[in-house]
Design a protein around this ligand. Structure first.
Ligand SMILES: *Cc1c(COP(=O)(O)O)cnc(C)c1O
Length: 399
């Protein structure tokens, strides 16, 4: 039977403290013990079901982690205060001074800045490569390499990583394959395809209401235990802990993720096909013209579609800015960074979310000035949305 991540979430059952249909929120930072001995055992991690202090763990955070692990098909998961909180703790857990990372060059700007500018302070160096070329990836591996890092669908260029191929390379060279799956929740299940660690920024599609930041690391029980170790665990000691109230609200939103992803994907595919037919340079993994369309198809859980992210290139930054302002004026969405909201969000990555990447490197990876990144919303009448976007582009001479 094909793995169905949403079914796995559906199979979880919770009861609140008073029989509520939602788990009760643990509104406490610290927990009492009837015996001092149990407190010691809990601190050492040897008292199953006992809580000590909410940076270590809390019932609400464990519930959310359990649901996300079920979605990704991993043994367990650890939620964090943000996506960057998840990414930084995973990399610092896996790498020590002298180690090396091979990373995709098209990744989230914050991750890029962390690898490029921050980790070298600890003598951890990164080689940035074209992740779609497995031979280039392998050639960059050195005897010090510990981690292969990529995004399943990359930000902002929507390159698709061959996760099975990368997993085989990781296995051959005894590396950990770490995959950020923020752009393609449900559609792609990296752990099922061989990734060792799967990360999400929950801020985006998974929470879906643009009201909080959050992150998660999905992996083996052993790795998550390492992250949470009170003596040397990066999540524990760097302290990017999610608040329980937020964990409870994200868990509630997670339950509609499969319906939302289907609508994001349906609308994304519709607009991408229309824009492409109009002659716009359009990138969307669901288009046959996408260089990795077949690869995406071979990896995807097809019922959730190709996702809600697409890019178009309107030639210049001036045109891009004019178009985005006009679309916002006509209430077609917001000129805002981030993704996964019910409204369409659009931004020019070169001057916003990828501005950490120097201009010459942006050019080298094909990130052009006129690029607009869209996170397509849940619009019920996408035909009308298209007509209105078309009118905006006509008015500005883009079409
Ligand atoms: C937003 C984002 C992040 C960072 O997540 P935060 O929740 O903002 O810390 C990491 N990776 C990708 C692909 C993202 O889109």
């Amino acid at each position: 039977m094909k793995f169905k991540p949403a079914n796995n979430i559906q199979d979880l059952q919770y009861f609140g403290e008073f029989g509520g249909v939602n788990p009760s929120i643990s509104d406490s930072s610290t927990y009492t013990f009837l015996s001092a001995k149990t407190m010691f055992d809990t601190f050492e991690g040897n008292a199953e079901g006992c809580y000590l202090y909410s940076r270590h763990s809390s019932p609400s955070n464990l519930y959310l982690g359990e649901a996300l692990a079920a979605m990704e098909g991993t043994e367990t998961a650890n939620v964090s205060a943000s996506g960057m909180g998840a990414i930084t703790s995973v990399l610092m857990q896996l790498c020590s001074s002298g180690d090396h990372i091979v990373s995709s060059r098209t990744i989230y700007g914050g991750t890029y800045a962390f690898l490029k500018n921050f980790l070298p302070r600890f003598q951890i160096e990164t080689s940035f490569v074209d992740i779609t070329k497995l031979d280039t990836v392998e050639a960059a591996i050195t005897k010090n390499t510990k981690v292969l890092y990529c995004e399943s669908v990359s930000n902002p260029l929507l390159e698709v990583a061959d996760i099975k191929g990368l997993a085989a390379l990781a296995k051959k060279h005894h590396l950990k394959l770490v995959v950020d799956n923020t752009f393609s929740p449900l559609s792609i299940s990296p752990a099922i395809l061989g990734a060792d660690v799967v990360i999400h920024s929950l801020t985006k599609f998974i929470n879906g209401s643009s009201d909080t930041v959050g992150g998660v690391v999905c992996g083996t029980q052993e790795f998550i235990n390492d992250l949470r170790n009170v003596n040397n665990g990066a999540s524990m000691l760097l302290g990017s802990t999610m608040d329980s109230l937020r964990a409870a609200s994200i868990l509630k939103n997670l339950r509609t993720l499969h319906i939302r992803m289907q609508q994001h994907s349906k609308n994304g595919l519709f607009l991408a096909q229309k824009f492409e037919a109009d002659g716009l340079k359009t990138v969307y993994p669901g288009l046959k013209s996408h260089p990795s369309h077949e690869l995406f198809k071979s990896m995807m859980n097809s019922q959730y579609g190709f996702g809600g992210m697409l890019t178009i290139d309107v030639g210049t930054l001036e045109k891009a800015n004019e178009l985005m302002e006009l679309m916002q004026n006509r209430n077609l969405g917001y000129l805002a960074v981030s993704l996964g909201f019910y409204k369409t969000l659009f931004s020019a990555p070169g001057t916003s979310t990828s501005s950490e990447i120097p201009e010459d490197e942006q050019k080298a990876m094909g990130l052009s000035d006129g690029l607009i990144r869209f996170s397509i919303g849940l619009d019920d009448d996408i035909e009308r949305t298209y007509q209105m976007m078309y009118d905006c582009m006509k008015k500005l001479g883009i079409l």
